[in-house]
Design a protein around this ligand. Structure first.
Ligand SMILES: *Cc1c(COP(=O)(O)O)cnc(C)c1O
Length: 466
C-alpha cells in the first residue's frame, strides 16, 4: 500500500516534469513562430497532450471504482473553458458538457457534443431555455420549486427524452473561498436540505413526479477539501436511497455529484488527483459506485487549469519607491480573479527571456503588473523571480480554466489569441500550433462597443420634442 502511494506520487512528479518541458518548448516556439512578438504582446497557450491526459485520468479513476457496466457521463463544466475546439477535444476524449446558459449550450452544440451527453444546470433558466432543452433531450437539473413548476407544465405539454433532476444543497458548509463555496447555509444554488421542512418537501416533490429521476449536488469549487466534497456526495446518495425507499422503486436512477476538485495553484504537481477523489468517495459512499445508480460528474477547473499558460511580453521594466516593476500585457483582462482577489487566487509566474528560454539568474523581489489603468492591476506582487527586463516574457501558469478563456473587457483590451500546441518531445524540438481563438481586432472591439450606433444618443429626442 505504502509502495503504491509512493509510486503514484512519483508518477505525478514525472507527469509534472514532462508538462514543464512541453510548456517550455511551447513558449520558445511561440516566440520563434511569432505568435508572441511586437504585434502580439500576449497569448494563451493550451497543452493538447496535457488535456488529453487529464481526460483519460478522470475516466480511468472512476472506471476503476465503478461496478462494471455502470453508465457514467463526465460532463465538462463549459464555463471553465468556453472554447469550441476544447469542447470538441474533450468530446473526442469521451467527455460530455455541462452548460449553464444559452451561450454555453450553443458552444457545446457547435463542438458536436450530442444532447445525450449534455447537462443543463443554471440558477436562472428562462421558460424558453427549458423548452429548448426538453425539445433537444438535454438533461436538466431544476434549481428550485418554481423551476419544478415550470417543468411540470412543459412535461404535460409534450413528452421529452430529457432526464430530469433536482439540485439540492446539503448545506454542510463552505471551503476556504467564500465565492466558490456552494454548500453554505445561504448559498443561492439548489434546494437547501437542512431548511425547516425542506427534506420532506423534496421527497414529496419526487413522489409526485414519476419523471423526476436524478438528484444533483455540486458542493463547491476550489478550496473544498476532499472529505467535504465526498460528504456532499454522501448526503445526495442518502437522500436518493430515502426517496427510492419511499417510492418503493428505483425512481432515482442517476446521481450527479458535480465537479469541484481543487487545483494546487502553488505547485506543479497535481494533488489531489481524480484517483484520490474516487478512492475517498468509494470509502465514504461505497453505494455510489455499486452500480445501482448511473453517475454524472461535472469537473471544470481540475481538467483544464494546468494546461493553459498566458504568456505576455514585458513592455517596460522600471523601479518605483524601491520596488522593481515589470509592466506586462497580462493583467486583469486575462486574470480577473487573481487581480481582484489576489489572496484567494494566487498564480505562479514563470520568467522567460526575449527568445522564450526559461530565465535564470538571481531572484529579485518584483511586481508583475498588467496593462490596465488601475494600480491594483498586478498579476503578482512582491514576487521573487529572476530580474525581468524589457523584452522578456512572463508566463502566468495554470490558467487553462477561468482565466484567459473568460476574458474581461476592462480598458477595451483585446481578447488575446489562444493556441493549442503539441511539441515533438522525441528530439526534433519542433512544436505545432493550432489557433483555437484568433486574437480580437480593435475593429471588433469598436463594433462590440456600439460602433454601429455612434449617433444613437446625440440624435435621441424625448417623445413629442423636435
Ligand atoms: C462551476 C460548476 C462546475 C465546475 O466546477 P469546477 O470547480 O470547475 O470543477 C460543475 N457544476 C456546476 C453546477 C457548476 O456551477
Amino acid at each position: 500500500m505504502q509502495r503504491d502511494v509512493e509510486s503514484r506520487a512519483a508518477d505525478e512528479e514525472s507527469e509534472a516534469r514532462e508538462r514543464v518541458a512541453r510548456r517550455d518548448a511551447a513558449v520558445r516556439a511561440a516566440v520563434e513562430q511569432g505568435l508572441l512578438g511586437p504585434d502580439a504582446a500576449v497569448a494563451g497557450l493550451l497543452d493538447v497532450t496535457g488535456i488529453r491526459r487529464s481526460a483519460a485520468a478522470l475516466r480511468a479513476a472512476f472506471d476503476a471504482a465503478l461496478a462494471p457496466g455502470t453508465p457514467v457521463l463526465h460532463a465538462f463544466a463549459v464555463k471553465a473553458t468556453p472554447l469550441v475546439p476544447v469542447l470538441r477535444l474533450l468530446h473526442e476524449a469521451g467527455l460530455g458538457a455541462e452548460v449553464a446558459s444559452p451561450g454555453e449550450l450553443a458552444l457545446a452544440r457547435a463542438a458536436g457534443v450530442p444532447a445525450s451527453r449534455t447537462v443543463l444546470d443554471a440558477p436562472a433558466k428562462t421558460p424558453a431555455e427549458l423548452r429548448e432543452a426538453l425539445a433537444l433531450g438535454i438533461a436538466v437539473n431544476a434549481d428550485n420549486p418554481q423551476e419544478l413548476d415550470r417543468l411540470d407544465a412543459l412535461v404535460r405539454q409534450a413528452p421529452t427524452r430529457s432526464p430530469l433532476g433536482l439540485r439540492v444543497n446539503p448545506q454542510h458548509g463552505g471551503g476556504s473561498i467564500r465565492a466558490t463555496s456552494t454548500a453554505t447555509a445561504t448559498s443561492k444554488f439548489g434546494v437547501g436540505l437542512r431548511d425547516e421542512g425542506a427534506r420532506e418537501w423534496v421527497v414529496g416533490a419526487f413522489l409526485e413526479r414519476p419523471w423526476l429521476t436524478r438528484l444533483h449536488a455540486h458542493t463547491g469549487s476550489q478550496g473544498i477539501p476532499l472529505p467535504l466534497l465526498a460528504r456532499g456526495a454522501a448526503e445526495t446518495y442518502a437522500l436518493a436511497e430515502e426517496i427510492n425507499a419511499r417510492a418503493g422503486r428505483r425512481q432515482i436512477d442517476t446521481l450527479d455529484i458535480g465537479g469541484g476538485l481543487s487545483v494546487d495553484f502553488a505547485s506543479e504537481v497535481t494533488a489531489p488527483t481524480y484517483a484520490q477523489y474516487a478512492r475517498v468517495l468509494a470509502d465514504q459512499v461505497p453505494g455510489l459506485f455499486a452500480g445501482r445508480y448511473g453517475l454524472v460528474t461535472e469537473f471544470g477547473r481540475s481538467l483544464m487549469a494546468r494546461h493553459g499558460t498566458v504568456v505576455a511580453r514585458v513592455e517596460y521594466a522600471k523601479s518605483t519607491g524601491g520596488r522593481r516593476i515589470a509592466v506586462t500585457h497580462a493583467g486583469v483582462q486575462v486574470a480577473t480573479r487573481t487581480v481582484y482577489a489576489p489572496e484567494a487566487w494566487p498564480l505562479r509566474i514563470a520568467a522567460y527571456d526575449a527568445e522564450g528560454h526559461p530565465k535564470a539568474g538571481p531572484e529579485v523581489v518584483q511586481d508583475v503588473a498588467g496593462p490596465a489603468c488601475f494600480s491594483g492591476d498586478l498579476l503578482a506582487e512582491g514576487r521573487a523571480l529572476p530580474e525581468l527586463e524589457q523584452g522578456d516574457h512572463v508566463a502566468a501558469l495554470d490558467t487553462g480554466a477561468y482565466y484567459v478563456t473568460a476574458h474581461y473587457a476592462y480598458n477595451s483590451l483585446v481578447r488575446p489569441g489562444i493556441y493549442g500546441f503539441t511539441p515533438d518531445m522525441g528530439g526534433s524540438g519542433g512544436v505545432t500550433f493550432a489557433a483555437v481563438r484568433e486574437p480580437q481586432t480593435v475593429a471588433e472591439v469598436v463594433a462590440e462597443s456600439g460602433g454601429a450606433h455612434a449617433d444613437a444618443l446625440t440624435t435621441l429626442r424625448a417623445p413629442g420634442s423636435r
